[in-house]
Design a protein around this ligand. Sequence first.
Ligand code: NAP
Length: 256
Amino acid sequence: MAETPVPSGAVLVLGGTTEGYALAAALHRAGVPVVSSFAGRTQSPREPEGALRVGGFGGVAGLARYLGDTGTALIVDATHPFASRMGWNADGAARETGVPLLRLERPEWVPAEGDRWDAVPDWETAADLLERDARCVFLALGRQELDPFARLDGVRFVIRSVDRPDPMPPFREAEILLARGPFDLAGETALLQDHGIDTIVCKNSGGEATRAKLLAARDLGVRVVMRQRPQRPQTPRVGTVAEALDWIRQNGPFGL
Ligand code: NAP
């Protein structure tokens, strides 16, 4: 993916998420200089509007240096709710440099009547739960998160991933479905039924793009093992792109 020249005095959007793309587009269209930053994990991500840089900064010190070098005016941490290290790094670098930091984080999913959810703090706990009584499990998680499940005997896995896991952990029985969201209710219902899924394992990402599997699970009485979100630093936080734009209007030098 091609990086583009970084304008000075821009808003740095730590992205890779639906919200990150939407915020970059809104700022770019409003004439505000914006740079999206991606970690570089996905092989061929969609290009954001505005400028783009790719790859880690090198911890808090590296990010602080980048902020100084580019004269970044403001940071929006719009990384995924489970990408917490970047959030802590952004907090550290913002404190060190005095650059204002906003967290844009989509609200969590909450269970409703008919849902059968087990909340877990990590994947090891999820794997222990599956070992007890699961037979056919839909793993809807990142390809780097599969290892703790490969040790389970007697469980058949259906794994959905954007890119092919490489290396593939040594599962006894696993089928890979390569797909990128959004996913709809009809498709998710068919997937659960066609594979005879009794348990879904996923994380509480929130948002609409991957929510349909939970609605399908509710309809079909399928259990969901849901990983809870990690802790984040105490920073100003909003849940929507519109709220982020308001905050930038009030805290940035852009005359929005
Ligand atoms: P992480 O644990 O928070 O970050 C690990 C390291 O990756 C960071 O210390 C940083 O390296 C680099 N990094 C992370 N996000 C970056 C960004 N936007 N720009 C530049 N460097 C970044 O994150 P992760 O869980 O590995 O996720 C990586 C990226 O994928 C995130 O940007 C996130 O939004 C996206 N994503 C994650 C998930 C998930 O479930 N974790 C799901 C969908 C999308 P340095 O310390 O060298 O700066």
